[in-house]
Design a protein around this ligand. Structure first.
Ligand code: PLP
Length: 379
């Protein structure tokens, strides 16, 4: 998908996932809970999907709860925790997705323990340890695996070990990690959220992994679907398409295209800054503070040239103020307004990255620089 560099917002449906969806809407549309053979066939396929997700993560099938996506999963984990442990508190990092931060504030208000990040955007493990030790009443840590705006990977394995030492449960929002990096170890957490449309599946589908220790987990209430964990008729076509996408998701560890783009821009433009540039990051993501020009101008001009990038998180669109993620990393509001997020699909070629670099340098030449810079680098 040439020109599309907003994969952290969403991804196009993989052809194989589309085929699975179409087959399911035509042939397996019955309600999987209905009491006749056609419905039983859907039910059996739904359970196969559960087993396939379980084997992808290395957890028991009973741990897999299908839902509508990560916003629902994140909200449901926090709502459940508030119900079962009302007198304890939750710790979150300052850079969590709004579906964690807003729900933490809604359920715990000012009692939410917000752990700061360092200037590279990684949770301060020393502060986490200190809060666990001094507070004594933190019973859940909710930490994302990879940040949607900067791509910075959190040291979630270390944080998990720390939480275990303090007998706290752990929720990992793995929405941006899944499909981009191997899933090893994620299922060690008590709760893991995932979202289909971030890895080539349809929108409005996702899953939550719930460890056996919390077999009484309930998300939305009503019928007894999903082993009584989440009410509502399962969206089997979306679920089967999601599972196909999950199994096909290219776990592409190469950051070469992304790093070449950064190198090319660094030599052509003065003073670019890469947020989280010294931290491990998702290989597809670059959060770039440009020397001049509002990010909205860059986005519009790139759009006119056929490139889709973002000013930050799609979920923050329409919200006032600079990104809370960049602010937590020490960015000034002015720096945040000069920042764009570039996030590639797994099949982006080095030519796609080079074309984007050329377009950005053209834009710079046009409007923001003293003189033409394009001759500075060879693309
Ligand atoms: N968590 C993270 C880290 C995300 O990036 C997103 C979406 O951008 C979500 C949660 C919400 O996902 P969904 O679109 O499935 O509700």
């Amino acid at each position: 998908m040439k020109g599309y560099f907003d994969a952290n917002a969403t991804t196009p449906l993989l052809p194989e996932a589309r085929a699975a969806w179409l087959e399911a809407v035509d042939a397996f549309w019955h309600n999987p809970s209905s009491p006749y053979r056609a419905a039983a066939a859907v039910h059996a396929r739904l359970e196969q999907c559960r087993t396939r997700v379980a084997s992808y993560f290395g957890c028991p099938p009973e741990s897999v709860v299908f839902n509508s996506g990560a916003t629902e999963g994140n909200r449901d984990v926090l709502a459940y925790w508030k119900r079962v442990a009302p007198d304890s508190r939750i710790a979150v990092s300052a850079v969590e997705h709004p579906s964690v931060l807003e729900n933490a504030r809604a359920f715990w208000g000012g009692e939410t323990v917000v752990i700061p990040v360092n200037s590279e955007g990684q949770i301060r493990l020393d502060m986490l340890e200190a809060r666990f030790s001094e507070a004594g009443d933190i019973s859940l840590l909710s930490l994302m695996a990879a940040n949607n705006e900067t791509g910075v990977l959190q040291p979630w394995r270390e944080a998990l070990a720390l939480a275990r030492q303090h007998r706290a449960a752990v929720h990992i929002d793995a929405t941006q990690w899944i499909g981009k990096l191997p899933p090893d170890g994620l299922a060690d957490a008590d709760f893991v959220t995932g979202s289909s449309h971030k890895f080539g599946g349809p929108k409005g589908a996702g899953f939550l992994l719930v460890s056996g220790a919390f077999s009484g987990f309930h998300g939305q209430r009503g019928g007894a679907q999903e082993n009584d964990h989440r009410a509502g008729t399962e969206n089997f076509p979306a679920i089967t398409a999601m599972v196909v996408a999950l199994e096909l998701a290219l776990v592409n560890g190469s950051a070469t295209g992304r790093d070449d783009l950064a190198a090319n821009l660094s030599s052509a433009l003065p003073e670019i800054r890469i947020w989280g540039g010294n931290a491990p990051r998702l290989p597809n993501t670059l959060s770039l503070c440009l020397p001049t020009g509002e990010n909205t101008q860059w986005v519009r001009r790139l759009d006119k040239r056929g490139f889709q990038v973002s000013t930050g998180s799609a979920c923050a669109t329409g919200k006032e103020g600079p990104s809370h993620v960049l602010a937590a990393m020490g960015a000034t509001p002015e720096e945040a307004r000069r920042t764009i997020r570039i996030s590639a699909l797994p099949d982006a070629t080095s030519e796609d990255w080079k074309s984007l670099a050329r377009a950005m340098i053209d834009i710079w030449d046009e409007g923001f620089s003293e003189g033409p810079m394009s001759q500075v680098i060879q693309l």
